[in-house]
Ligand binder design. Structure first.
Ligand SMILES: [Zn+2]
Length: 254
């Protein structure tokens, strides 16, 4: 953003959109703060609809800083993604993510007990289950704490989601892992022998260790000295090496 007309364009792209509660644009810092119930990817797409690039700098709550975490999902398959966790209140954990390379349809998403990738996703242990319950749906009382249900993948192979969970706590899951499955989680109701254990959601396609991350604007440093876009890009395009060197995109903070 270079001038007031950029500020106006960005503001008008966001304001009035259902789910956007407030927008603050800081031209000097080239920074946009959006209070919203949309996914970070939806907010990014709205800003980029003005023809400008946007990078997510962080997610946070204006009230309390109860912790945030992030996991980069990767695996033997071509599935890749980023999932962010924000404890927005003692009761509510917000889970915002984008995962690419999946078959269209529903896929189980679970926090697993171990942050161990020595055998890829196979060494992540079982679903995080500190209270020794049976597998279930996110809204069930009888569920593993790590049971996040299903995410919906569109025809383009991408799932973009925002979940709110009242059992998962950011401080309990740092150092553990998150895994996306090849199939649909039957939420403990499928009648299959694995239904009450794993939701019978198939193979583990991609996984990542959940790491503590900084709160909103608490980590201004760049990830990579070249351009800050060293990780998998959450855009629907890939940058060639040349474009990456030339891009002025600011660093994404995790
Ligand atoms: Zn489970």
């Amino acid at each position: 953003m270079t001038c007031e007309s950029c500020v106006d364009a960005v503001r008008s792209a966001l304001l009035g959109v259902r789910g956007v509660h407030s927008v603050e644009v800081d031209l000097a810092r080239e920074q946009v703060v959006v209070e919203s119930v949309l996914t970070s990817q939806e907010v990014q797409a709205l800003i980029e609809s003005t023809g400008r690039h946007a990078v997510l700098k962080g997610m946070g709550s204006t009230e309390q800083d109860l912790g945030a975490a992030v996991a980069i999902l990767d695996g033997a398959s071509s599935v890749k993604g980023v999932v962010r966790f924000l404890q927005s209140s003692p009761e509510c954990c917000l889970i915002d993510g984008t995962i690419d390379g999946l078959e269209p349809g529903l896929h189980g998403l679970h926090v697993h007990e171990l942050g161990d990738l020595t055998l890829d996703c196979l060494s992540c242990g079982e679903h995080f289950n500190p209270f020794k319950k049976q597998h279930g749906a996110p809204e069930d009382l009888e569920r593993h704490v790590g049971d996040l249900g299903n995410i919906l993948v569109g025809p383009d192979g991408r799932a973009s989601f925002r979940l709110e969970d009242n059992q998962l706590k950011v401080w309990d899951i740092i150092g553990r892992s998150i895994v996306v499955s090849s199939g649909e989680d039957d939420l403990g109701k499928g009648g299959h022998p694995l239904s009450k254990e794993t939701g019978n959601s198939g193979e583990r396609l991609a996984c990542g260790i959940i790491a503590r991350s900084a709160g909103l604007f608490k980590n201004p440093k760049r990830i990579c000295a070249c351009d800050g876009v060293s990780l998998w890009e959450e855009r629907a395009r890939t940058l060639s090496a040349l474009e990456r060197r030339e891009t002025q995109t600011p660093a994404a903070n995790l």
